[in-house]
Design a protein around this ligand. Structure first.
Ligand code: SF4
Ligand code: SF4
Length: 314
């Protein structure tokens, strides 16, 4: 497995604002918004450094459609590949608002997918999500323009499938057959683990009997995640919002400064090159009185070690 921090994507969280208040939400709600001009400048710098993929997350990104359109327009001009836009699919007040804003983002050149979290923790009404999906399929003409993520059980996605007149195939896809005026849907479904950090701290017990298999964070840990206050983090994992994970800020640092700082950062050096289990060992060596039980949740461990101040031992 290749190791090291080599980001391949810029992932913007344009705003912390959201129309929902989900219990396990890792985000702090608030009115902070990324400045479009600065974000565009930053995207241009990354383009010159060879990063060619863009995604959006939140908060709810559609509450700041102007940002989505401006950055999508620029990314399309640079020939970026569009990855996922995370949305709750229920951010609009009227069908007209849905229609106008979705058209605006697509017209700006966004060609990625819309990933919607559908489970008991996300309180968005299914009727609104169904409307969002039907409109997204209609406007893109693309059967795979939507995907789903869920925590816990899949029942709410099953109910959504009924509403859409479709079905779940295995546990992996929600499929709706084509019909007059609708090209059909084939949406990937992914289960994600509840990470018991922050407000979700009491919802699950992260400790168990086995340790996770080391992966040097080669999945969610290879992005430049830009939070609404401009802080840049090396991943979109559940520890990303901790100040200890910050590798710069787009309001003060150039893209190359941020990358250089990340490659020299001792905490990231251990996580990405020697592994998170090595960071655990460093912590245990310095805090032998605190014996950690095993956990399968690597982002939880990452969060825990940083909250316990592992940085000061490096
Ligand atoms: S929809 Fe997403 S951003 Fe909004 S409150 Fe729920 S988890 Fe947080
Ligand atoms: S383990 Fe830490 S660095 Fe890796 S993806 Fe999770 S939060 Fe990010």
């Amino acid at each position: 497995m290749s190791k090291g921090f080599r980001p391949t994507q810029v992932l913007f969280a344009p705003t912390y604002e959201c129309n929902l208040r989900c219990l396990p939400c890792p985000q702090k709600q608030g009115a902070t918004r990324l400045r479009i001009k600065t974000a565009r400048l930053f995207l241009g710098q990354y383009h010159r450094l060879g990063i060619k993929e863009i995604g959006f997350t939140g908060g709810e990104p559609f509450l700041y459609t102007g940002f989505l359109s401006a950055l999508s327009r620029q990314a399309a001009r640079y020939n970026f590949r569009f990855d996922r836009l995370m949305t709750n699919g229920a951010w609009f007040k009227t069908e007209k608002e849905l229609n106008v804003k979705l058209r605006e983002v697509l017209a700006a050149g966004f060609t990625g997918t819309f990933c919607i979290s559908v489970d008991d923790y996300h309180k968005a009404p299914l009727s609104k999500i169904a409307l969002f999906i039907e409109k997204a399929v209609e406007l893109t003409g693309w059967t795979q323009c939507v995907s789903f993520a869920y925590i816990g059980d899949i029942n709410k996605i099953r109910k959504l499938a009924i509403l859409l007149k479709g079905k779940i195939v295995g546990n992996g896809r929600l499929v709706v057959s084509p019909r007059e005026g609708f090209v059909g849907l084939s949406a990937q479904i992914t289960k994600i683990d509840l990470c018991p950090v922050g407000k979700a701290g009491k919802l699950a017990d992260p400790w168990g009997k086995k340790w996770f298999k080391e992966d040097y964070c080669q999945g969610p840990g290879q992005v430049l995640y830009v939070s609404p206050d401009g802080a840049v983090k090396p991943c979109c994992g559940f520890a990303a919002d901790l100040p200890a994970m910050s590798i710069g800020n787009i309001y003060h640092d150039s893209a190359s400064t941020i990358i250089k700082r990340a490659t020299k950062d001792p905490l990231l050096g251990i996580i990405y090159k020697q592994g998170l289990l090595k960071l655990r060992d460093v912590f245990q060596k310095n805090r032998p009185e605190e014996r950690l039980a095993p956990t399968l949740d690597r982002c939880f461990l990452c969060w825990y070690l940083q909250v316990k101040g592992v940085r000061k031992f490096l």
